[in-house]
Design a protein around this ligand. Structure first.
Ligand SMILES: *Cc1c(COP(=O)(O)O)cnc(C)c1O
Length: 221
């Protein structure tokens, strides 16, 4: 599908639930995509991209930023604390804060680099043992730590629902948690379910394969 197809999908989904398309940010997930797939999207004027590996993202975007200087990059993968420095230097938003330790490492790097990146907390809504994210019951304490101890700007929540379930209840849960904690942003919805996520209030949808095609299956999630 083209960028335009996704944009009209967003418009349609917004119309169906009485939301404004400009309140839904499309994050083009460029991980493991060849440059030929990304260039047309850049040329069409899209500037918001998501990556899940720090080193891959550096290799891809450091050179591209010389030509396109207004690109915004969101980190959407699992972040190890030893990558915090590079992540803070490269990205504009970290969507996957899921531990106090990571929050501290990020805060420390932001201070050193004099950068203040907005963050999301990733919530493991399905409580899957193999998946990153904080369990819903521990979210409030982590949010408090991020803000009061680390001094991070936490703007929202992010989730990746279990692959084998319909996503609705996970989107509904993330929406409910964000409402309770007064967080304005919700990052949820991918290629297969972004229209549903919009219905549940997504402000950031993360679309990869529907936009760029099936990626090289190096490291999918
Ligand atoms: C890969 C990935 C996406 C995009 O997935 P698609 O199904 O290709 O749209 C979205 N979010 C995260 C966290 C990802 O890792």
């Amino acid at each position: 599908m083209s960028l335009q197809d996704i944009q009209s999908g967003i418009q349609k989904a917004c119309k169906a639930c009485g939301r404004r398309p400009q309140d839904v940010n499309l994050i083009a997930v460029s991980k493991n995509q060849p440059l030929e797939a990304i260039l047309p999207v850049l040329e069409a004027g899209h500037r918001l991209f998501g990556e899940n590996r720090v080193q891959d993202a550096q290799e891809r975007w450091d050179p591209l930023r010389e030509k396109y200087d207004d690109i915004a990059l969101h980190f959407i993968g699992h972040l190890q604390t030893n990558k915090a420095r590079d992540a803070v230097a490269l990205f504009d938003c970290i969507q996957s804060v899921d531990s106090a330790r990571l929050a501290d490492a990020l805060a420390n790097e932001m201070q050193k680099q004099n950068r203040n990146l907005p963050c999301f907390i990733q919530v493991n809504t399905g409580e899957e043992p193999q998946k990153s994210g904080i369990a819903p019951r521990d979210l409030e304490a982590l949010l408090r730590h991020c803000r009061e101890n680390a001094g991070l700007s936490v703007l929202g929540l992010m989730c990746i629902p279990p692959e084998d379930e319909i996503p609705d209840m996970h989107f509904a849960l993330l929406h409910k948690l964000a409402g309770q904690l007064d967080l304005p942003h919700l990052s949820m919805g991918m290629s297969a379910d972004y229209e549903i996520a919009i219905r549940y209030g997504a402000t950031h949808i993360r679309v990869g394969s529907a936009l760029f095609g099936i990626r090289e299956n190096k490291n999918t999630v």
